[in-house]
Design a protein around this ligand. Structure first.
Ligand SMILES: [Zn+2]
Length: 410
């Protein structure tokens, strides 16, 4: 078995690990453990003798310290599942070696083209080896790139005892894409002081800020009656749901916002005449922004319901995750060390915020501060997903440098 980051990546992407938001189990899909078992085997092969997969689908392992200093225990973390948005079954990775520029055609579906105009990052990849799918599945670089990078870095640290580092923990999680990636994580067992998810996009990027996120479920009980006798009596819950959706603000939507703007986004609707339900997600970078949007949404619902006096509604807000910046600002050295590692690995560090959440945002609030470092993938959750070998190698170097920086500065 070969140990380069590319070899590992190509081994992992062909294992279907799609998670399922409708499942009540943990992991949400049993097949995620197929990859977990492969990773444990490879970790043992690298020499991490405590590597194991637990019943909930988490993989834990330790790279023992080889420094006498008292170095904080840091953890590198990545998720094994792929997004439910697009199929991850039967992934057939394609490789464009020595990319010369231009649009990339996907052989399995001629209608799908990775265009430079839509993926300007391709301009920074000339001469690199780019991995894509055949156009019929997602690739799963999100976040199998992170897995491969952590594995390759572990191998380097074990094979080169002259590289001094403290204790390093490895954590691979299931179900990140359905927001349940850290539900059953055992932080006590993990025993890390600080962590990094390897789950970002462009090489050189470090993210210490995420959305704050809530979900809202609106359930409407209408007035059902035989359509033949319905005049002035029926209140069709399907139409009530439709009226609410129609009133959602067009300028506070994912398709019309960017940067630090939040949004209200319907993710599901189901209904019959007597009962309908709308699921939404609310996103913002501040708690006040979330509260405002939720109040606005309930205002719309109340207003629509005025026309349906016999009907009732329920409006349930659930917290999903919070902006991790609040926690990370208390430990500036975590991001500073990552910035230094990126620089030493030959890139210009770029700090940014994520219009989304990571395992790290929840870990940060559970007591394990955890910013996000690039993994190199692009066009996540889609059949146009791509990544270059060279960017994965940069991530491997970043992990190794980061281990060294923590030891040096201890
Ligand atoms: Zn991810």
């Amino acid at each position: 078995m070969t140990g380069t980051v590319l070899d590992r990546f190509l081994r992992y992407v062909v294992i279907d690990t799609q998670s399922d938001p409708a499942s009540a189990t943990q992991p949400t899909t049993e097949k995620q453990k197929d990859l977990g078992r492969v990773l444990v085997e490879e970790l043992l092969e690298v020499g991490l003798s405590d590597a194991h997969l637990d019943e909930h689908g988490y993989v834990y392992a330790t790279i023992p310290a080889n420094s006498n200093k008292s170095v904080p225990v840091i953890c590198f973390c990545s998720h094994m599942d792929t997004a439910p948005d697009f199929t991850g079954r039967n992934v057939k990775p394609q490789m464009v070696t020595n990319y010369a520029g231009g649009d990339i055609l996907l052989p399995g579906d001629p209608s799908r083209v990775i265009r430079v105009s839509e993926h300007p990052q391709l301009k920074n990849q000339i001469g690199n080896d780019i991995i894509t799918t055949d156009g019929t599945t997602l690739l799963g670089a999100d976040d199998k790139a992170g897995l491969a990078e952590i594995m390759a870095a572990a191998q380097i640290l074990i094979d080169n005892p002259d590289i001094k580092h403290g204790t390093i923990k490895i954590l691979f999680t299931p179900d990140e894409e359905v927001g349940r990636g850290v539900n059953k994580v055992d932080l006590k067992k993990l025993g890390a002081d600080y962590a990094y998810t390897m789950d970002g996009e462009t090489a050189g990027h470090i993210e210490d800020e995420t959305f704050s996120a809530d979900s809202v479920d609106i359930v409407i009980a209408g007035v059902a009656i035989h359509p033949g006798f319905a005049k002035d009596r029926m209140e069709n819950a399907i139409k009530i749901a439709g009226a609410i959706i129609d009133r959602l603000p067009k300028d506070i939507a994912p398709e019309t916002t960017e940067g630090k703007q939040g949004f209200i986004h319907p993710t599901g609707v189901a209904g019959s005449m007597e009962k309908s339900a709308i699921s939404l997600i609310i996103r913002d970078f501040t708690d006040e922004g979330l509260t405002e949007k939720e109040a606005m949404l309930e205002g719309i619902v109340k207003d629509v319901m005025k026309s349906y006096p016999g009907s009732t509604y329920r409006f349930d807000v659930k917290e999903q995750y919070r902006n991790m910046k609040v926690v990370l600002d208390r430990h500036p050295e975590i991001v500073e060390n990552a910035v230094e590692a990126v620089r030493r690995a030959g890139m210009t560090p770029v700090r940014g915020s994520i219009r989304g959440g990571t395992d790290g945002s929840r870990l940060s609030f559970m007591g394990l501060p955890c910013p996000n470092i690039f993994a190199g993938g692009h066009a996540f959750h889609s059949p146009l997903e791509w990544i270059s070998r060279q960017d994965m190698e940069k991530a491997v170097r970043t992990i190794v440098e980061l281990a060294k920086v923590w030891e040096e500065r201890a």
